[in-house]
Each structure stands twice: as C-alpha cells, then as structure tokens.
Write a protein that binds this ligand. Structure first.
Ligand code: NAD
Length: 488
C-alpha cells in the first residue's frame, strides 16, 4: 500500500500485526484544529483492553524472531524506515500539524529529521552494543550479554509527536525488543500513518505496532502484565501514575521523561546578544510547548537593564512570527488546543494579580484559533505559581540577582531538574555553575538543546532514566552474566 495519507484521508485505525484494523472498542477520539478550533474528526480509534491484548500477543510472537534476526538485516530495515520517514516527511509533518499547529519550517522539519536520525543512529549501534567479557584467570570466563526485554511500549505526549517516536522506538528495536506505541490523543495522525512505512520498510508483523487512544489506553499499557517496559514522556502527574502502575503490575521497567521549569542564569560578563537570542528562542520554539524550555531567566544586576531591553525587543519580534502554521514564514503557531490555551492564559491572568510585572505580551492574537503573544514577567515573587510551575506555553519569568551563591540556591530550589543554562565568558565560573546545577542537562552559553549522541533526561521529578546515546540502549536491555567453568 502506497503512502497516501493526508488531511482528506486521515489514518484513523489501529496498526496491529502490520495491518490497519478497527478498534474493538466503540469509544472514539475527537480532534480539533488549533488554528481555528474546527472539528477534524470524531471517529479516530481509541484502543481498549481487547485491542491492547491482541497487540501484546502479536508483539510477543514477533519478539522471538526479531531478536534473532541478523544484525545487518535489522539495521537495514531501520535504515530503510529512516529513508521513508524523510521521503514522506512533509506529509507526516502535515498530519501532526493539523492537530498540533506547529509550522513545518520551524518545527515539523526538525522533528522529521530527529526521528529519521534516531533510527539511523540506533541502527548503527546494532553490531556495536555487544556486551563484555572478563578473563578466566580464576578458572571462570565471564560473559555479559545485553539482552532485549521483550515486549516494550512507549506512551508519548503531543508536543513532539514524531521526534519522540524516534527517541523511544529506535533504541528499543535496535536492541531486539518489539514495541507498541501509544501516541497522544491530541496528535494521533502522524503516528498512525507510520503503519504504511513500517510495512514498506520490512519490519515483520508485530515488531512495531501503533495503538491510538487516550489515558485509558495508556493505563492499560502501563499496568499490562506482559509488557516488560514502558518508556513514558509527559507530565509529572501522569509519570507518577505510570510508575505506580508499573510497580503494581509486573514491576515493568520504566523510563520517565517529565516536565521542567528550567533556569537560564545570565552573569554580568555574558555576551549579551548571545544570551538574549538563546533565551528568546528557548521559550518560543514550538510556542513554548517544550519540556526543556528555559522558562526562568535570572540576570545579574550589572547587566539586568540591558538584558531586559534586549529580551523585550526579541520577544516583540517573536510576536510578529506568530501566525497560521500553514502560511509561509510563520515560525510560531497556536497553542495546541482550547484546554492548553485556557491553562496558559489562566497563568497569565493570575500572574498579573500580584505575582510579577508584565513586561511584554500577555494577549491573545486574533479572535479565532489559540494564538498568544510571547509573554515575559519581571520581578516575580519566587513563591508565585508563575515562578514555580511549568506553564508549557510561551511565557517566561525574569528576576535579577546579585551573587552566584544566591542564584544557584534559587535555581535549584525546585522539584524539577531537566535543563539549565549558564551565560558567562568565565570558563571557571561556567564549569563550577554547570556542576552545581541540579539538572540532567546544562548548556554553557546556550540552553534548551539536545544531541542524539548525548544523554537526554532529568533529575528529581523531571524524570527517571535517560534517552539518547548508549544510555537509551541500556534502558531497553537487561544484562545477563554467563559464567563458564574453564576447568571442566
Ligand atoms: P500527559 O501526561 O497529559 O500525557 C502524556 C501521555 O500520557 C499521553 O499519551 C496520554 O494519553 C497518556 N496518559 C494520560 N493519562 C494517563 C494514565 N493515567 N495512564 C497512562 N497514560 C496516560 O502530558 P502531555 O500534556 O501530553 O504533555 C505535556 C507534558 O509532557 C509536559 O509536562 C512536558 O514537560 C512533558 N514533556 C516532557 C518531555 C521530556 O523529554 N522530558 C518531552 C516532551 C514533553
């Protein structure tokens, strides 16, 4: 079957054992277009218990053959899949955009590239992630094997629907697991459409399956007795439930990539223009709906006034980039839906009632669709919700500080710990601060970025485990020690 999915021909079925099938569940998902709030579809499959069980049985069956497939064959299928994702990248991104609202040039293309690269990067590891052996001077040869877990699953959010797939599915399949993907109920189409490419790439039936659904489908997966691992990206509250369900069912392994309220600390000696550019990009990319966005900006008092002037101007310029995601030149689309729009604007309204001073933005753009001006609050109360909670929109808070000691304490005084940034030209200070941050990732003279080869993830309540690099492969394998008696 050729890839022919588009907004007039949306994939609305489940993809199980390499076939598009109807859900056994009568409940359906409804989707709306965030550019104008119009209904896209109200008949998208919502996988129920029977569907999940059928997919798990298929995945168990496929796991036996997939892990024994020659590494070169597994690699070639993954390479072909990456090529197909790129070949159909614009169409796949359009299927995300219809319910996410992220423009192609500024976000869709990045996500497609990230997903394809994840498949290539992890395919490249297949014949290099070989385990260890320890010598037999004591009479026993020790062989340590990296073994797949079996049936694994991913539950993903809406804010990076395609990129997230690469980060989870590719290391799982590279290490010989089978995988069941549960996309967000807000962005099911680009994931479901991949079924066609899964088949074309040559994945055997049951190796990579897609179950669209909502939190109820996610809960069935997280508590399933025959799924051995769930890799979750989403909110902290759902992450905690997933960990609990995993523990209460079969103690399945979990990776949790959760929220953030990431600080960017700008010292007096920073390159001002560089700091302003990174901080403004960080909070407006994907309309601020990014887990590792620098949403708390702390600026040392000597550079504060200049920084504020530059940051305000940069955010005003960003407001001009907000628009219809389908239009040429739009870099920042609407927020994903009405609920998210009301959530973010709620923070802005309450923020203006004594939590801080509105420096720029704060208003809706237009009258239909969920467009919002990039927004900055200054002089925020450190106990206020706009300073402490993840807003997940184009809204940042700024405070000035005097000393390094004071600002490190404030930066770390949070349950989050995903990303942090330090801006200074003093290498000693940069490295000292980078090691003092309680976060999984730190940018020096940059912030809110990632690389496929380096671990991605958070400390404290921002997550458990890491994606990317060799760490993702470790997260999808168990080590087995084999001891050989050499004197026998
Ligand atoms: P969410 O937690 O509401 O939903 C995420 C996924 O979990 C969805 O697929 C949803 O259907 C599913 N789900 C919901 N309830 C469930 C339940 N009870 N059991 C099992 N699954 C359930 O998050 P969201 O609103 O889709 O995404 C936004 C959040 O994701 C933000 O907090 C953001 O910071 C975080 N995020 C983190 C990263 C990261 O890598 N650290 C990346 C992107 C987004």
């Amino acid at each position: 079957m050729a890839f022919s999915w588009n907004e007039k021909n949306l994939p609305k079925q489940l993809f199980i054992n390499n076939e598009f099938v109807d859900s056994k569940n009568s409940k359906k998902l409804s989707l709306y277009n965030p550019k104008d709030g119009s209904l896209i579809a109200d008949d998208v499959a919502l996988a129920g218990e029977e569907d999940v069980d059928i997919a798990v049985a298929g995945a168990e069956n496929a796991a036996k053959g997939w892990k024994k497939l020659a590494p070169t064959e597994r690699r070639n299928i993954m390479y072909k899949f990456a090529d197909l994702i790129e070949k159909h990248g614009k169409d796949i991104a359009a299927l995300s955009r219809i319910s996410l609202g992220a423009p192609y040039g500024a976000f869709g293309a990045f996500e497609i590239g990230l997903c394809a690269e994840a498949f290539r990067y992890n395919a490249g590891w297949i014949d290099k992630f070989g385990g260890e052996s320890w010598p037999q001077e004591d009479g026993f040869l020790k062989i340590v094997r990296n073994e797949p877990l079996g049936v694994t699953a991913g539950i993903v959010p809406w804010n990076g629907p395609v990129g997230t797939i690469g980060l989870k599915v590719a290391p799982a399949l590279a290490t010989g697991n089978t995988f069941i993907l549960k996309p967000s109920e807000k962005t099911p189409f680009s994931s479901a459409a991949l079924g066609t490419l899964i088949k074309e790439a040559g994945f055997p039936p049951g190796v990579f399956q897609i179950l669209t659904g909502d939190g109820s489908t996610g809960a069935l997966i997280a508590s399933h007795m025959r799924i051995r691992k769930v890799s979750f990206t989403g909110s902290i509250s759902t992450g905690k439930k997933i960990q609990e369900m995993a523990a209460k069912s079969n103690l399945k392994r979990v990776t949790l990539e959760l929220g953030g309220k990431s600080p960017a600390v700008v010292f007096d000696d920073a390159n001002l223009e560089n700091a302003v550019t990174w901080c403004a990009n960080a909070i407006t990319a994907n309309t601020g709906q990014v887990c590792f966005a620098a949403s708390r900006v702390y600026v040392q008092e000597g550079i504060y006034e200049k920084f504020i002037a530059g940051y305000k101007a940069a955010m005003e310029a960003k407001a001009k980039e907000v628009g219809d995601p389908e239009a040429e030149g739009t870099n920042i689309g609407p927020l994903v839906d009405k609920a998210q729009f009301e959530r973010v604007t709620g923070f802005i309204e309450r923020g203006q009632k004594g939590q801080g001073t509105l420096l720029v933005g704060g208003k809706r753009i237009g009258t239909s669709g969920f467009y919002l001006e990039p927004t900055v609050f200054t002089d925020v109360d450190i106990k206020s919700e706009i300073h402490t909670e993840e807003i997940f929109g184009p809204v940042s808070v700024v405070r000035s500080f005097k000393t390094e000691e004071e600002i490190m304490e404030l930066s770390n005084n949070t349950n989050f710990g995903l990303m942090a940034g330090v801006f200074t030209q003093d290498i000693n200070k940069a490295l000292r601060v980078a090691s003092d941050f309680e976060s999984g990732m730190v940018g020096v003279n940059c912030v809110s970025m990632m690389f496929m080869c380096a671990p991605f993830g958070g400390v404290k309540e921002s997550g458990v485990g890491r994606e990317c690099g060799i760490h993702a492969l470790r997260a999808f394998t168990e080590t087995k020690t084999i001891m050989v008696n050499m004197n026998y």
